[in-house]
Design a protein around this ligand. Structure first.
Ligand SMILES: [Zn+2]
Length: 257
């Protein structure tokens, strides 16, 4: 039994209203679970185990999508990191979650120690409608900000970074993951609008840049103290395969206390 989940998703986006899409996708994927009974892979976000994850992606990747919570490699890597390496689930924290991944939204909302706010310009599931370059919270409001795979969409990413820095409390930290390349410099063109050219240059039709190794400098310019945490790289290949993780550095960005 094989599902081309990416093509199915593209079709569904045309025929199902946006606010029902995620739920429709969730239940369609959960219907595949009986065919993939097993324990070879496990999702740290939802605790489910399967014989294999589902395939997904514009360029199809095998064994990547959780059949229960729809997490991908990057979600599972980050959740494992948050769980193992931070105190986000144990200390009282005020959290701002931009473009809220639903896998984390529920987990963080349900955590007793987390005072949780999610925000986005378009997402119907976000609690606050907000432009990341014009954040409507006062300075020094949040202990933690989670903002993943957002900055590569934002024309004025320097403004977005400085706004995130502004609303972070001194001593607070932010996780700001994006797609990365090994190029020394970020490749960007905010004037490019042709979707196919954007896919060719930046990997996705709504991306306007691919960050290079100078992403750290850009974040430091906004004020952050940046650590590239190699936590995921240091895990054994057995653990990486079992959880289906994305191997990447975590951009841990702090505001000096
Ligand atoms: Zn899951």
């Amino acid at each position: 039994m094989s599902f081309d989940t990416y093509q199915l998703k593209q079709f569904a986006e045309k025929v199902i209203p946006k606010k029902y899409l995620r739920v429709a996708g969730l239940y369609a994927m959960r219907a595949t679970i009986p065919f993939y009974f097993g324990k070879k892979v496990a999702c740290p976000c939802c605790g489910s185990k399967f014989r294999e994850f589902a395939s997904y992606g514009q360029v199809k990747r095998a064994n990547v999508l959780c059949r229960w919570c729809l997490s991908l490699e990057r979600h599972r890597s980050l959740w494992l990191y948050l769980h193992e390496k931070t105190d986000i689930l144990s200390t009282p924290v005020k959290v701002l979650h931009f473009a809220p991944e639903h896998q984390f939204q529920k987990l963080l909302k349900d955590a007793d120690n987390v005072d949780y706010t999610s925000a986005d310009l378009d997402m119907p599931t976000a609690m606050v409608k907000m432009d990341i370059t014009n954040i409507t919270f006062p300075d020094n409001t949040f202990d933690v900000i989670i903002c993943n795979h957002v900055l590569e969409h934002v024309p004025d990413d320097a403004k977005a970074m400085s706004e995130l820095y502004r609303v972070l409390k001194p001593g607070g930290w932010a996780i700001l993951q994006t797609p990365m390349s090994d190029n020394p410099k970020t490749i960007e063109d905010i004037t490019l609008t042709d979707p196919q050219e954007r896919v060719r240059l930046f990997g996705q039709e709504d991306h306007i840049r691919t960050y290079g190794l100078d992403k750290k400098d850009r974040l430091e310019k906004a004020g952050f103290e940046v650590t590239l945490d190699p936590f995921i790289r240091k895990l054994s290949s057995d653990v990486v395969d079992h959880y289906g993780l994305m191997i990447e550095d975590i951009y841990l960005c702090r505001k000096k206390a």
